[in-house]
Design a protein around this ligand. Structure first.
Ligand code: ADP
Ligand code: MG
Length: 322
């Protein structure tokens, strides 16, 4: 059945899993949502837009689309060290039907519920499929992880493994890897592409325990780390042998390509953060159970990023293999 604008809004309004349980929040239904920022907290806010055919394949599974759209937004909240609070949804749809909408909102629910995120409003229009999500988080005042705090000598860490989503691209765009590829590994990479795990607990812990900077890697390590270096007016030396590569990516792509995906592939949504060298980094068990962190280098007072082994500059262009 095809749906009108009213049915679409009604659909989101009627999903209790997406409603806020906070007494100080007014959600969908009025001209604006209302939310309170508790004393001593700041509101962290971020907006991301995904356009069909640009940011995801045109015939994308609606469940995965909903999941991924929300995950990429939550990742920005995680990168600031904030706690997810609520989101709004701008939905532009060509023709939508009940099944599409149900699967799409199931994808939102699958991540919103465990993240404690409520859908508090949005806008619905007709047009080429586009999804805009604005997400809000709360962070103790002054504690947010900024990009401008990295200092010379700080250690550079990344969470999880890098390059998996880039490794999935041939399967995402063209359907399949050659049959010789290990099917289980390809499935793992596809899951990493469609269902990234925003590192919310890690971000909050880092903000509370003295990390000096953080961002989430959405456009490749070299490019994104470059943003931190620019904002902090420092440089970096990386040990490429330390890059965390999943066995599945190594299986499918081999070491050389895996390394280049890790350096310049996008869509990882892992955190890259800096940590003072004199402080031991001891993550609590609940966070270690979710993801590992790996030291991949340190901050220098030179300019740009260089390879520790060769002393040569590293540029993302040199590692762009796709
Ligand atoms: P208005 O015309 O005043 O902008 P709308 O008819 O667009 O109101 O929306 C009615 C209510 O439904 C508002 O509270 C709005 O935030 C909510 N809403 C509209 N579209 C969406 C959506 N895609 N997701 C969540 N809430 C939505
Ligand atoms: Mg409106």
């Amino acid at each position: 059945m095809s749906l009108g604008e009213f049915d679409l809004i009604r659909h989101f309004f009627d999903r209790p899993e997406l409603r806020s349980s906070r007494p100080d929040v007014l959600g969908i239904g009025d001209d604006c949502a209302l939310l309170s920022v508790p004393q001593g907290m700041q509101l962290a806010q971020s907006l991301d837009t995904l356009v069909s055919g640009v940011h995801f394949p045109e015939r994308c599974d609606p469940f995965l689309l909903g999941y991924r759209a929300l995950a990429t937004n939550i990742s920005d909240i995680a990168a600031m060290g904030a706690e997810p609070h609520s989101f709004t949804l701008g939905l532009t749809l060509p023709e939508s039907d009940t099944d599409w909408l149900q699967a799409f909102s199931d994808g939102l629910v699958a991540l919103a519920q465990p993240s404690g995120l409520a859908l508090i409003g949005g806008d619905t229009t007709r047009g080429p499929l586009t999804i805009s999500i604005q997400v809000q988080g709360l962070v103790p005042s002054g504690q947010a992880l900024r990009r401008n705090g990295a200092g010379t000598g700080d250690l550079i860490y990344v969470s999880g493994s890098l390059g998996d989503a880039a490794g999935a691209l041939p399967a995402v765009l063209e359907g399949l890897y050659p049959q010789s590829c290990d099917e289980e590994s390809v499935q793992y990479l596809l899951q990493r592409y469609y269902q990234p795990s925003p590192r919310v607990k890690l971000g909050q812990w880092l903000a509370a325990n003295g990390a000096t900077s953080a961002l989430d890697i959405s456009d490749g390590l070299l490019g994104d780390l470059g943003h931190t270096l620019k904002a902090s007016q420092v440089g970096a030396e990386l040990n490429l042998e330390q890059l965390p590569l999943s066995p599945q990516l190594l299986n499918v792509a081999g070491k050389q390509k895996a390394q280049s995906y890790a350096l310049s592939g996008g869509d990882d949504y892992e955190l890259c953060f800096t940590w003072p060298a004199h402080k031991t980094l001891e993550l609590p068990e609940v966070i270690r159970a979710e993801c590992s962190v790996t030291c991949i280098g340190y901050i220098t007072d030179a300019e740009g990023i260089c390879d520790k082994a060769t002393g040569q500059p590293l540029s993302s262009a040199a590692y762009r293999h796709f």
